[in-house]
Design a protein around this ligand. Structure first.
Ligand code: RP5
Length: 167
């Protein structure tokens, strides 16, 4: 578990250790916001049984939102969504061969009835997946809602404080 000593409320999973460079940005945002989370490699192709058990057991362990990142033939978010009622946010990892377009299309084109909230390719998608997961939890967590509002305010201030892009 990462972020705090409490039971994880968000599961940040990825298809390979090689996805960590991207997915660390989701975990970092959750840490900044004080959201207890766990990070795991769960591969749809290499560890399919682990994928099933992770999805089946996550709600009972207190996980409320899953962020899943994968690249290439990126089945992980969709398969997780098929196996759990928890909201699943998918992050397309930028692949070497096709720059992440393969990942994006694999994740976004879910059939009706099995939703995956699909984010942008790469770091932006990972950061925003972390923010969306926090926003979902903040609906019933006033302290987290305040943390999220402060995070957004700091972002606004950072832009306003540095208006000259050449400096
Ligand atoms: C996918 O295959 C993973 O999500 C990763 O993005 C991609 C490549 O995996 P590795 O060959 O680097 O382990 O399943």
């Amino acid at each position: 578990m990462t972020g705090t000593s409490r039971a994880p409320r968000v599961g940040v999973v990825m298809g390979s250790r090689s996805d960590w460079e991207t997915m660390q940005h989701a975990a970092n945002v959750l840490t900044e916001l004080g959201v207890a989370h766990e990070v795991r490699v769960v591969s749809a192709h290499r560890t399919p049984d682990l994928l099933f058990s992770y999805a089946e057991q996550a709600p009972a362990r207190g996980v409320q939102v899953i962020i899943a990142g994968a690249g290439g033939a990126a089945h992980l978010p969709g398969m997780l969504a098929a196996k759990t009622r928890l909201p699943v946010f998918g992050v397309p990892v930028q692949s070497k061969a096709l720059n992440g377009m393969d990942s994006l299309l694999s994740i976004v084109q879910m059939p009706a009835g099995v939703p995956v909230g699909t984010l942008a390719i790469g770091r932006a998608g990972a950061v925003n997946a972390g923010l969306l997961a926090a926003a979902v939890l903040a609906l019933h967590d006033p302290a987290l809602a305040t943390s999220l509002e402060h995070w957004r305010a700091r972002q606004t201030e950072a832009v306003l404080e540095q208006p000259d892009p050449s400096r």
